[in-house]
Design a protein around this ligand. Structure first.
Ligand code: SAH
Ligand code: SF4
Ligand code: F3S
Length: 451
């Protein structure tokens, strides 16, 4: 089988889950689609371009595999949002499975095997169970993903994710801690806790007064994973400014196992726009949270997302976004042109910012952030970073590449005994907008090899 993944880390992890589900049925993974008898596309519908890509990819993959007539399936967010229409638009697709129905994949594939023409499962019944992933199916090398919460209840007015991923379901705290501990034992050096909005993680927790259900159990989860799992590099995405709190910063300060990186999407710097996005916080509250992060004991790398050209966004609104970006100085910023999505309230408000204006705003932000980013990166000059080695650098035969605890790409000259999976100390000697360069200082630990 061949599986291609688009979209966010949740999707990357869902592809790992799909592999784990299909392996016991005798499927083995191949990276050559022309030899596969099952082709799965795990899709993203967050912007129109991503969503449309699915249909191009189905056509391209069909051309490659004309002789063999494999089963072609669409998983993920486009499966949920486009549903049966996929069969009409792409008649070669025989299988459609929504993100919350992933556990039904083996049954559906068997049905197709038994001669059914098509199979579709879009259940959204919010079962609290999470599909387990076997280690052979994990793709992120020495970084392992762990889902802590699925779905999203925030209903931002532009966003299709609550429609495709359904209501929030948190996984019990003990089961998360146990999975991270086991991953550490299996040799993973870094673990990413995943959710569309990790800060609204809820669970039963033990308190002095007894066991009780807490709506805001994320700080507790972080502290327990840091103290009990034995994994020394723990990251999490994505945070939401409405549920992010000073308490989380405090727990991070207290536990060095929690890496020095916070992704806190702001989306806009204008209160008027934030309100119409249904974000549930103001510019002032966002800046207050940034103040807590900047005032913390440790130096955190802070990254964010911004949407430009949201319906009704005026020049003044956009100026306020530029102004916020200038004030905060993010370490990285992901900018997106607003794209109207089906099943969202904003889709009915008209996409009234002309494409040319969106492009200009996009470019302006890119330029501003470019300057800021290189200046911010300058604070790492002379600093020794802890780097997890990913492999050889694509740009140079003599360099290795890895990533820091602050989630920056770090390149450095290869050194004896340093292999992928090693954790090394690198002193930063020069900075670029999107990567740091440094000299090897010492090997901190070699990869753990389990038989
Ligand atoms: N749950 C996360 C990520 C959601 S999707 C969060 O709340 O931040 C990732 C990013 O895509 C969002 O942060 C947003 O900036 C962008 N995005 C979502 N919907 C969009 C749309 N309709 N048009 C353009 N960008 C969008
Ligand atoms: Fe979408 Fe908002 Fe939920 Fe993020 S918090 S997934 S932007 S609805
Ligand atoms: Fe895309 Fe779905 Fe993730 S829409 S960003 S794949 S949650």
């Amino acid at each position: 089988m061949f599986i291609e993944t688009h979209g966010c880390q949740m999707n990357v992890h869902d592809s790992e889950k799909a592999l784990s589900l299909l392996r016991p049925m005798g499927f083995a993974e191949t990276d050559d689609p022309s030899t596969a008898d099952l082709i799965l596309l795990n899709t993203c519908s967050v912007r129109e371009k991503a969503s449309e890509k699915v249909f191009h990819r189905v056509r391209a993959l069909r051309l490659l595999t004309e002789q063999r007539d494999p089963v072609v399936g669409v998983l993920g967010c486009v499966a949920q949002s486009e549903a049966e229409q996929i069969f009409e638009r792409a008649p070669s697709v025989r299988l459609v499975v929504g993100p919350q129905a992933l556990d039904g994949l083996p049954d559906l594939v068997s049905q197709l095997d038994r001669g059914f023409d098509r199979a579709i499962d879009l259940r959204q019944d919010n079962r609290p169970d999470f599909v387990a992933v076997d280690d052979r199916s994990r793709r992120a090398g020495l970084v392992a993903f762990v889902t802590i919460i699925e779905g999203c209840n925030k209903n931002c007015s532009y966003c299709i994710v609550p429609y495709t991923r359904g209501r929030e379901r948190s996984r019990p705290i003990d089961s998360v801690v146990e999975e991270v501990r086991r991953l550490g034992e299996a040799g993973y050096r870094e673990v990413h806790l995943l959710g569309q909005n990790v800060n609204s993680y809820a669970s039963w927790v033990e308190r002095a007064s007894g066991r009780r259900f807490e709506e805001n159990a994320f700080p507790e989860l972080l502290a327990r994973v840091a103290r009990e799992s034995g994994v020394s590099r723990i990251k999490y995405t994505t945070s939401h400014p409405r549920d992010f709190s000073e308490k989380i910063v405090q727990v991070m300060d207290d536990n060095p196992e929690l890496c020095d990186w916070i992704h806190l999407p702001v989306q806009s710097g204008s209160n008027r726009t934030l309100k119409r996005m249904f974000r549930g916080y103001t510019r002032e509250r966002y800046l207050e949270l940034v103040g807590a992060i900047r005032g913390a004991r440790r130096d955190y790398s802070l990254t964010s997302d911004v949407i430009v050209g949201f319906p009704g966004e005026s020049d003044d609104d956009f100026e306020e976004t530029l102004d916020l970006v200038r004030e905060v100085e993010f370490d990285a910023l992901y900018t997106f042109n607003y794209s109207p999505r089906p099943h969202t309230p904003a889709a009915d408000w008209g996409d009234d910012v002309p494409p040319q204006v969106k492009r200009e705003r996009f470019d302006q932000l890119l330029e501003l952030q470019g300057e800021i980013q290189i200046r911010r990166a300058g604070r790492y000059l002379g600093v020794v970073c802890e780097v997890l080695v990913d492999g050889r650098s694509a740009r140079s035969d003599t360099d290795l590449t890895g990533h820091s605890t602050g989630n920056a790409v770090v390149n450095f000259p290869a050194a004896d005994g340093v292999v992928p999976g090693a954790v090394v100390a690198v002193r930063i000697t020069s900075v670029k907008a999107h990567s740091l360069y440094g000299e090897f200082v010492k090997l901190l630990s070699s990869p753990v090899v389990n038989s």
